[in-house]
Design a protein around this ligand. Structure first.
Ligand SMILES: [Zn+2]
Length: 72
């Protein structure tokens, strides 16, 4: 199951640029993973670097990818 950054290829019409480079996002993603390890496939990775298990990112409010389903 590869849910690694599935939304990077999708730019929503109301996309607002976030001042992060891909490098910074990856760095913050790695830091986040170290602090909050989540099993692979049980989350989606937001543009802001946050790993989320809900339909919306709590950090920036971005919606989860269309193929994401909230686990019970
Ligand atoms: Zn976010």
């Amino acid at each position: 199951m590869n849910k690694e950054n599935p939304q990077f290829g999708i730019i929503p019409p109301n996309y607002k640029p976030i001042p992060f480079t891909a490098e910074e996002i990856e760095k913050s993603r790695q830091q986040y993973l170290r602090r909050y390890p989540i099993p692979e496939g049980d989350y989606w990775t937001c543009f802001c670097g946050s790993h989320n298990t809900k339909n919306f990112c709590p950090e920036c409010g971005r919606k989860a990818p269309d193929d994401w389903e909230v686990k019970p």
